[in-house]
Design a protein around this ligand. Structure first.
Ligand code: GLN
Length: 533
């Protein structure tokens, strides 16, 4: 296709309406018509990236193959589209300002006053256009974080207003709003939507498509009214009603012809039919699964499941392909004691111990791991989950009672997990971990090898500490073996206890690369073990 098309997605009325899911759904439908589509997220905060944010603030930090620490929406993009995103798919205000200020210091603007318009807006435009000019996508969907009217999003709104002017019919706007239901009067209210569109119009943007999020069906009348007040074609007022899984949203959008309307607006004339058959069969599988598999996830952010978004999704993918419904129980690692662990983990068919940073909750993780090891319950440890499994084994099998990670106990006599050599002199916290995809070589005959069905894999990382190979002989002699290592550095990537039913832990994050149409083999195998197959 000759010229890239650009879709800008804005939100109004409230945050968390699901712009990411709507963007991903439209992208999926266009991809199913043969277009090469990507999604980009513009985040209006001053952090360079969300890597330094607490999960309580921002949910999970999602890591791309090229090592960017990004917004969790990028995880949805990859899971829906089954494509890889990169550094360029997530841009923050911090990143924009940083590059403009660096240019100013270099003298690139010599003689000029550097201003939000045009310098910041130009940098935003450059980052958007890059997806078409450099990455050569047919369609780029750019989601603008925040809500229309926020001070923070103004430069973005202005930048896309200018782009629309420059790109003409190659660009269009989708605006997502909320239609609340007042139970007292039993009415759906469109006024917030009208106001939100008005705010957008004041900033110079006329939406082409409105997506209305609501808990109830919207009548034909209501849609007509919204269309009239907001200068939008009646068929371009789309409802997005609550559903039991986000993976049904593309199909709901398809029923209302979102893809065809977008193509019409963008003057895309592709002849291909939209082929969602594989997606549909995933949904059918999901709907027809009645038997439950109970999986425990031990972590310290149980109040906030978004902190473990990719893990939860990966378990759901794996359960679906195993014809089960996953019932995932989040277990607070801080609440676990030797006395209550049996009760708290009762009935779980498999347990995952989550990634994390810092001391809080680690002793509870160790207690959970001991319990699953001693009771032969399928266990998957991820990143800190693997590190704590290594500590648990040292303490309770090798008898090194004070063993620990030096992250938790700097002066431990048994530093079975230690800071990586090249991390020792790093002082800046942002973007300095071991990040992104690295090679891992699997030992023949191991469970990992059997699961992946090959010797060389690549997985994504986000950590500063590693398994201390100095102790490997003792571990292997006692039954815990390193079955995956980095071929260049020897860093241990996977540890297993082969005598147990299913005990695999990894330094990397398999959850980042599990998608709807390509579930991750480790999760598939873990769930299979959990259901006793
Ligand atoms: N805190 C550990 C490290 O930095 C584990 C990180 C993680 O679980 N992502 O190595």
């Amino acid at each position: 296709m000759a010229e890239t098309r650009y879709v800008f997605v804005t939100g109004g009325v409230a945050s968390s309406l699901g712009k990411g899911i709507i963007s991903a759904s439209l992208a999926k439908l266009l991809q199913s018509r043969g277009y090469n589509v990507t999604i980009q997220k513009l985040d209006p905060y001053l952090n360079i990236d969300p890597g330094t944010l607490n999960p309580y603030e921002h949910g999970e930090c999602y890591v791309t193959e090229d090592g960017a620490e990004t917004d969790l929406d990028l995880g949805h993009y990859e899971r829906f589209l089954n494509i890889r995103t990169s550094q360029d798919n997530n841009v923050t205000t911090g990143r924009i300002y940083k590059s403009v200020i660096e240019k100013e210091r270099r003298g690139d603007y010599l003689g000029k006053t550097v201003q939000i318009i045009p310098h910041i807006t130009d940098e935003i435009k450059r980052r958007i256009m890059l997806m078409g000019t450099q990455h050569k996508y047919d369609v780029v969907i750019t989601e603008i974080g925040g809500t229309v009217g926020d001070i923070e999003s103004l430069p973005y709104i202005e930048a896309v207003r200018q782009l629309k002017w420059e790109l003409g019919r190659r660009a269009m706007f989708i605006h997502l709003t909320l239609v609340p239901y007042l139970s007292a009067s039993k009415e759906l209210k469109t006024k917030p939507t009208q106001h939100s569109v008005k705010a957008l119009l004041e900033e110079g943007i006329q939406p082409d498509i409105l997506v209305l999020r609501s808990e109830h069906e919207l009548s034909e009348n209501l849609r007509r009214k919204v269309a009239l007040f907001c200068n939008v074609d009646p068929d371009a007022v789309i409802q997005s009603i609550d559903v039991d899984t986000i993976y049904k949203v593309p199909l709901l959008m398809k029923e209302q012809n979102l893809d065809e309307i977008a193509m019409r607006k963008l003057q895309l004339t592709g002849e291909n039919e939209c082929d969602m058959s594989k997606w549909q069969s995933f949904i059918d599988k999901m709907d027809s699964a009645t038997e439950v598999v109970r999986i425990g996830l031990v972590g310290k952010y149980v109040e906030l499941p978004d902190a473990y978004k990719s893990i939860l999704e990966a378990v759901h993918h794996a359960a679906t392909y195993n014809n089960r419904k996953a019932k995932i129980e989040l277990i607070h690692s801080e609440s676990l004691t030797e006395e209550n662990v049996g009760k708290k983990l009762k009935g779980l068919q498999g347990v995952i111990v989550a990634p994390g940073f810092g001391n809080r909750g680690t002793e509870g993780k160790i207690i959970a791991i001991r319990y699953v090891r001693e009771n032969n319950i399928p266990f998957l440890g991820i990143c800190l989950g693997m590190q704590m499994a290594v500590v648990e084994f040292a303490r309770n099998v090798l008898g090194w009672k004070k063993a620990n990670s030096t992250e938790m106990d700097h002066a431990t006599q048994w530093p079975v997990i230690d800071i990586m050599e090249d991390q020792k002199n790093i002082t800046n916290k942002g973007g300095t971990m071991r990040l992104g995809a690295y090679d891992c070589k699997l030992r023949e005959g191991s469970k990992a090898y059997e699961i992946y069905g090959k010797a060389n894999v690549r997985e994504r990382h986000r950590h500063r500490y590693e398994y201390n190979s100095k102790f490997l002989k003792d571990y292997e002699a006692a039954g815990m073996v390193a079955t995956g290592t980095n071929p260049d550095t020897g860093l241990v990537e996977i540890m297993e206890i082969p005598t147990l039913k299913w005990y695999v832990c990894c330094q990397f994050h398999p959850e980042y690369s599990s998608t709807v149409l390509a579930p991750h083999p480790l999760f598939l195998s873990f769930v299979r073990a959990a259901i006793g197959e």
